[in-house]
Ligand binder design. Structure first.
Ligand code: FAD
Length: 380
């Protein structure tokens, strides 16, 4: 058993970290107040090979492992978890397309997807179905040329901003087996968007409903096989959960680093506050919790890379544990900054707001426990 990163993995982390510190961190607050990430950022990220992190090299992707990808998201989220998480969603979609789309569709869209000239959104949730995603109602009726879509997707990260939407829609019976995945390009007649949602965090990412009103797509935009869409959507989520957890980890590490620095500068009762043992213990606890979270996350990623039978369970456990640890740590960081932690200038309150949603999306942390408990009970 070897817990060390390889030289190549260290180089991947360092490259992502350096990019984030130069091209994302200095602008993160501005993008948050503007409510958008400049589109020009994405092709720059694409040049690093981050548009298809675990898309195979044969298909033009970077061919990284899931473990390698967690390093990218950990490093980028040290600059801004909202930007890093948005890239995670694109990568989840890119991998679904690479794995399941037919060759025609892939040759048409993948080059632009990989270069991040085409930014992708993932559309599963609907106003009436979130955790119970298989209850989705958006319909895709077969026509001579393809499908006509009608329905609404809710909470879509990148809604109205992305260049294309990977959508789970109902082509058949009720339940998971009646769901298919389709690719819908921006500008398709009948595709429209709701108003931008006002959110607690992830403010630089536009979030909106995605609406289909007699939206016609060609049959070539079906991804994979009709009726297998729910399976594809769930397969995408295993890796997505690791990535979201990595975003919590990196952001919390950045918060802890800032806090250690701040505590050496801030004085109270005649000494710097890092001299109070009660506070040193809190630092130690945060370090212990983050290191445990990192080890657990990388083990789950390794399981997914190995195709281990319990990979889904480990991805769910890691997602729950790491996202909750991340939020707990940044909340403590805010406390250790005193009143300054509450001020936007110090960068901590943004982390508290950004990380909160990681416990809700890509499957809520309650659903993570449903997955774990289901597997435990099945093994009896
Ligand atoms: C900022 C943001 C961005 C998002 N981006 C996307 C996106 O890009 N694409 C996308 O498809 N979706 C996206 N989502 C949606 C997100 O995935 C859903 O909000 C999430 O899956 C929960 O669904 P829900 O909000 O309908 O809550 P519900 O499913 O209504 O759940 C409400 C509560 O009940 C609990 N609960 C539900 N069922 C069970 C159960 N069986 N056992 C125990 N507890 C249960 C939940 O855990 C939760 O606490 C986003 C959400 C947010 C907030």
């Amino acid at each position: 058993m070897d817990f060390a990163l390889t030289e190549e993995q260290t180089a991947i982390f360092d490259m992502a970290y350096a990019f984030g510190q130069e091209h994302i961190a200095p602008f993160a607050r501005q993008w948050e107040s503007e409510g958008t990430i400049p589109k020009t950022l994405w092709p720059q990220i694409g040049e690093l090979g981050f548009g298809g992190l675990y898309v195979s090299e044969n298909s033009g992707g970077s061919g990284l492992t899931r473990l390698d990808a967690t390093l990218v998201f950990e490093a980028l989220s040290m600059a801004c978890p909202s930007v890093a998480a948005f890239l995670s969603i694109h990568n989840m979609c890119a991998k679904m397309l690479d794995s399941f789309a037919n060759d025609d569709l892939k040759s048409r869209i993948m080059p632009e997807v990989l270069s991040l000239n085409t930014v992708l959104s993932y559309c599963l949730t609907e106003p009436g179905s979130g955790s119970d995603a298989a209850a989705l109602k958006t319909r895709a009726e077969r026509t001579n040329e393809g499908y006509t879509l009608n329905g609404t997707k809710a909470f879509i990260s990148g809604g109205g901003y992305s260049d294309a939407y990977v959508c789970m829609v109902r082509t058949g019976e009720d339940g998971p087996k009646g769901i298919s995945t389709v690719y819908v390009e921006d500008g398709t007649p009948g595709l429209s968007f709701g108003a931008l949602e006002q959110k607690m965090g992830w403010k630089s990412q536009p979030t909106a409903q995605v609406q289909f009103d007699d939206c016609n797509i060609p049959s070539g935009n079906l991804v994979g096989t009709e009726g297998d869409g729910f399976k594809y959507a769930m397969m995408g989520l295993d890796g997505g959960r690791l990535n979201i957890a990595s975003c919590s980890l990196g952001a919390a590490q950045a918060g802890l680093d800032m806090t250690v620095q701040y505590m050496s500068e801030r004085k109270a009762f005649g000494k710097s506050i890092d001299q109070f043992q009660a506070l040193q213990f809190r630092l130690a606890d945060m370090e212990i919790e983050l290191q445990a979270a990192r080890t657990f996350l990388r083990q789950a990623a390794w399981k997914l890379d190995q195709g281990a039978p319990d990979a889904t369970k480990f991805c769910a456990m890691a997602k729950k544990f790491v996202t909750e640890t991340g939020s707990k740590v940044v909340d403590q960081c805010l406390q250790l900054h005193g009143g300054y932690g509450y001020l936007a200038d110090y960068g901590i309150e943004k982390l508290v707001r950004d990380l909160r949603v990681h416990q809700i999306l890509e499957g809520t942390n309650e659903i993570m426990r449903v997955i774990v408990a289901r597997q435990m009970l099945a093994q009896r």
